[in-house]
Design a protein around this ligand. Structure first.
Ligand SMILES: Cc1cc2nc3c(=O)[nH]c(=O)nc-3n(C[C@H](O)[C@H](O)[C@H](O)COP(=O)(O)O)c2cc1C
Length: 446
C-alpha cells in the first residue's frame, strides 16, 4: 500500500484479524526505517533539544556580545564597535606615542607565577579590605571623568555595578554625574571621592563637604596632573566637549546610531560636579575650561598635608611613582598610596606601576596600604600585583569599555570576568585566599 505521499508502507500485523498496527516499516528512498529507529531518532531529537541553548540568542547584539565576551579584550572590542571612534579613543587613548600606555599592561609579563602544590583549594576567597573597607574582590573602580560619554547612565551605572559586586567606586572630579546622584545610585555601596588641589581652595573644601555629607568613605587626591597630558588621539579626532559632529568625524560617527540616539535624547553630558561654577552655564566646554583653569601647577607637599586635614578620614594619594614620594605621603598621614601614572595619559615614557610596585611596597613598609592602578586587564595581573604587595588594584578603562559596550550590564560583566579570572588563578596557584598571596608566588626571569 502507499501512504499519502506515495511511499510504500508495509503493515505487519501480529494477528491477521487484529486491526492495530504493531510494527510499521516505511520504505523510503530505498531505506527501511522501522519503529525502533524512529524511537531512537525521537530520543536523539530530545537530547539535541537539551543541547540547544537558546539563551545565547536572546537579547540584542550587544547583550549577546557581552554574554559571549571571554575576557576584557572582548569587552573592549565591543565598545570599539559600538562607540564613535572619537569617544572610544577618548577612553582608550594615552599620551603622545602611548609607550607608557602599552607598557602598563605588558609590564605584567615580566613576572611569572610559581604555583604551590597539593593545597586544598576547594574554597577560594577573593575578599579583602581596602582602607578599612571590606570588599569582595580586590579590584576598585578608578575615577574616570565624563563616563556619560560612553553611556547615558555613566557614573551612576558604574557605582551601582561596583556596589553590587561588593567593591568601591571612586568618583572623578571630572564626573558627568553629581556627587549626590552617584551616592543615591550606589545605594550604600562604598564610594571614594577623587579630588585635585585646585587654585580655589574654597571650592575644594566645598566638594569635600558635599562628598562627606553624601556618605563617601574615602578621599583620593590625584597628584599627577600639574598640567593635562598631550593626548593626540583626541586632537586627531577634533574631540571637543560637548562632542560635535564635524566634517572630520561625520562619516565614522554616522555608523554608530546605537550611540548617537541615546546620546542626543538624554541630558547634555557636562562636568556635573562643578555645574554651578560658571555663571549658570552648563555647557561642557565652559565648565571644562573652568576646571582646567583650576589646575594648580604650584601644588606641593604642604598642600597634601592641608588636604589630609581637611578630609579628616580615609585618604589615598594617587599618582605616586617613587618610593621616596610614597614615604613622604605616609609621613603626611595618608592611609593608602596609589601607584599610578594615570593610565599612561599624562607623562609618556613614565615607568609603569607594576615595575615600581615592589620598591614602593618596601619603602612604605606596612605603614600604609599600597594600591596598584593601571594596565590591569586580567585576573593574573591582579594576582601578580597582590603577590608583590599591593592591597588591591584599580581599573579604569576596563569598566569604561564595559559602560560603552552595554552600560551597567557591561560593568557587571567586566567585574564578573575579573572575579572569575582571579578565582581561577588563585585556585591554580594553590592559594586559597587573597591574603595568602605573597612574593613567593612570583618570580622574574634572570
Ligand atoms: C577616560 C578616562 C578618564 C579619566 N579621568 C580621571 C580623572 O578625572 N581623575 C583621575 O584621577 N584619573 C582619571 N583617569 C585615570 C584613571 O583613574 C586610572 O588612573 C587609569 O584609567 C588606570 O589605568 P587603566 O585604564 O589602564 O586601568 C581617567 C582615565 C580614563 C581612561
Amino acid at each position: 500500500m502507499l501512504d499519502a505521499s506515495g511511499h510504500a508502507v508495509k503493515r505487519v500485523d501480529r494477528h491477521p484479524a487484529q486491526v492495530s498496527v504493531t510494527r510499521v516499516a516505511v520504505l523510503c528512498d530505498d531505506r527501511t526505517v522501522n519503529s525502533s529507529t524512529l524511537r531512537q531518532a525521537a530520543a536523539g531529537l530530545a537530547r539535541a533539544r537539551t543541547m540547544v541553548d537558546l539563551r545565547q540568542a536572546e537579547g540584542n547584539r550587544w547583550e549577546r556580545g557581552l554574554r559571549r565576551a571571554r575576557n576584557i579584550a572582548d569587552v573592549r572590542e565591543l565598545a570599539r564597535r559600538r562607540l564613535p571612534p572619537m569617544i572610544f579613543d577618548f577612553t582608550d587613548g594615552g599620551a603622545e606615542d602611548e609607550v607608557t600606555l602599552g607598557r602598563n599592561s605588558s609590564g605584567f609579563g615580566r613576572w611569572r607565577f610559581q604555583p604551590r602544590s597539593l593545597v586544598d583549594v576547594r574554597t577560594v576567597d577573593t575578599s579583602t579590605t581596602v582602607m578599612g573597607q571590606p570588599i569582595s574582590l580586590p579590584v576598585v573602580l578608578s575615577p574616570c571623568g565624563l563616563a556619560r560619554l560612553n553611556h547615558p547612565d555613566g557614573e551612576r551605572a558604574a557605582a551601582r555595578a561596583a556596589g553590587r559586586a561588593g567593591t568601591v567606586f571612586a568618583l572623578s572630579t571630572g564626573a558627568s554625574c553629581s556627587i549626590e546622584d552617584v551616592a543615591e545610585a550606589a545605594a550604600g555601596g562604598p564610594l571614594w571621592m577623587q579630588l585635585y588641589v585646585w587654585r580655589d581652595r574654597g571650592v575644594v573644601k566645598e566638594l569635600i563637604a558635599r562628598a562627606r555629607d553624601a556618605g563617601y568613605v574615602g578621599c583620593v587626591l590625584t597628584v599627577d596632573v600639574p598640567t593635562v597630558g598631550n593626548r593626540e588621539r583626541d586632537a586627531a579626532h577634533g574631540m571637543a566637549l560637548p562632542p560635535r559632529i564635524t566634517p572630520r568625524n561625520v562619516v565614522s560617527s554616522a555608523t554608530r546610531p546605537g550611540w548617537w540616539w541615546p546620546f542626543i535624547t538624554s541630558p547634555e553630558v557636562t562636568f556635573e560636579i562643578v555645574r554651578d561654577k560658571a555663571a549658570g552655564s552648563r555647557d561642557a566646554g565652559t565648565l571644562g575650561a573652568y576646571a582646567s583653569s583650576q589646575i594648580d601647577p604650584g601644588v606641593t607637599w604642604d598642600d597634601l598635608a592641608w588636604m589630609v586635614d581637611a578630609w579628616d578620614g580615609n585618604f589615598a594619594i594617587k599618582g605616586v611613582m617613587r618610593p621616596g614620594d610614597a614615604v613622604r605621603a605616609v609621613e603626611a598621614g595618608v592611609q593608602a598610596v596609589i601607584v599610578s601614572n594615570h593610565g599612561g595619559r599624562q607623562l609618556d615614557h613614565a615607568v609603569s606601576p607594576i615595575d615600581v610596585l615592589a620598591d614602593v611596597v618596601a619603602a612604605v613598609d606596612g605603614r600604609a596600604e599600597v594600591i596598584l592602578d593601571g594596565g590591569v586587564r586580567r585576573g593574573t595581573d591582579v594576582c601578580k600585583a597582590l603577590a608583590l604587595g599591593a592591597q588591591a588594584v584599580m581599573v579604569g578603562r576596563p569598566y569604561m569599555w564595559g559602560l560603552g559596550a552595554g552600560g551597567e550590564a557591561g560593568v557587571d560583566r567586566v567585574l564578573e570576568i575579573l572575579r572569575g579570572e582571579i578565582t581561577r588563578t588563585l585556585t591554580l596557584l594553590g592559594c586559597p585566599t587573597v591574603a595568602d598571596l605573597d612574593r613567593s608566588f612570583v618570580a622574574t626571569l634572570p
